[in-house]
Ligand binder design. Structure first.
Ligand SMILES: Nc1ncnc2c1ncn2[C@@H]1O[C@H](COP(=O)(O)OP(=O)(O)OP(=O)(O)O)[C@@H](O)[C@H]1O
Length: 258
């Protein structure tokens, strides 16, 4: 694995007014790896993801991102315009609910083209051809380029979110429970596709999931959260097969018994 992380957090916290949130997080993510954040409901997974993605301002701590040119950016206290530019160029964000990540009333093609246009691509034929190629890559018939996402199934909408994000070749993609709304067979196909794209594009993926099966299938490393803190972190197989922390043992055994 590459020794230089793409995202580097130390002592990172985001606390809401009621004191809850995520606390004292040390985390590195490397190019080409999938890192899953697991834990029970309310353990702070989404807060951590959104803080790492710069959507929530850190209350304390250090957060740095290394862009594709090897230049480091301090994300804590970054100028909002610079953060937006980084988000457009370097990051993707896939949501559990496709309605949060797609524009439901415009065509699939327009959904994919939008990020390209934001980076300056204006040539209509190029935009259409690129969008069609990406639909194919996420296993959607390119003949459906002009259909709105509302005409797609849940699994297709998640794959369209992936295409919309990956079209600009981001280096880091944040995913919040992307398989949450999918039934089991659709989920398996989605995870297969994701695994292939991660490999082909050397993507770093930071994924929140409450499903340890998803972590097992996809994640190189897993971190376990409880009450806003990381209680255990390591290689996914190690965490799931030989959990050290009592809370992780409980989490894993509750799945095995279910
Ligand atoms: N805007 C907010 N204001 C105050 N407290 C909040 C806010 N958002 C979340 N919290 C609290 O912070 C804690 C962590 O919430 P968070 O949504 O990060 O957990 P989670 O692990 O992602 O949960 P879930 O799996 O249910 O989505 C919870 O106790 C939650 O009630």
């Amino acid at each position: 694995m590459n020794e230089t992380p793409i995202l580097h957090a130390r002592g990172l916290s985001h606390q809401y007014d009621n004191g809850l949130g995520c606390l004292d997080i040390d985390l590195d993510i490397y190019p080409g790896e999938v890192l899953c954040i697991v834990g029970e409901s309310g353990s702070g997974k989404s807060t951590l993801l959104n803080t790492l993605a710069g959507r929530l301002e850190p209350s304390r701590g250090r957060l740095r991102f290394c862009d594709r040119h090897g230049q480091w950016h301090d994300l804590a206290g970054i100028d909002p315009a610079e953060r937006r530019l980084l988000a457009r160029r370097e990051w993707g964000h896939v949501y559990q609910n496709p309605r949060d990540g797609l524009r439901m009333t415009v065509s699939a093609g327009a959904n994919i083209s939008e990020r390209l246009m934001a980076l300056g691509e204006r040539h209509y034929a190029t935009l259409r051809a690129t969008a069609a190629a990406w639909l194919e890559r996420v296993e959607i018939d390119p003949a459906r380029l002009d259909d709105p996402p509302s005409a797609f199934s849940g699994g297709m909408q998640q794959r369209l979110q992936i295409a919309r994000n990956l079209v600009t070749s981001p280096s880091l993609v944040f995913m919040d429970e992307p398989t949450g709304g999918l039934d089991v067979s659709v989920q398996a196909r989605f995870l297969d596709l994701l695994r292939r794209l991660v490999r082909e594009h050397r993507l770093a993926v930071l994924m929140v999931t409450h499903d340890l099966g998803v972590a097992r299938l996809l994640a190189h490393r897993t971190v376990v959260m409880r009450q806003g803190r990381i209680v255990e972190a390591g290689l996914t197989d190690q965490i799931l097969d030989d959990p050290q922390h009592a809370y992780t043992q409980l989490l894993v055994s509750s799945i095995v018994q279910a």
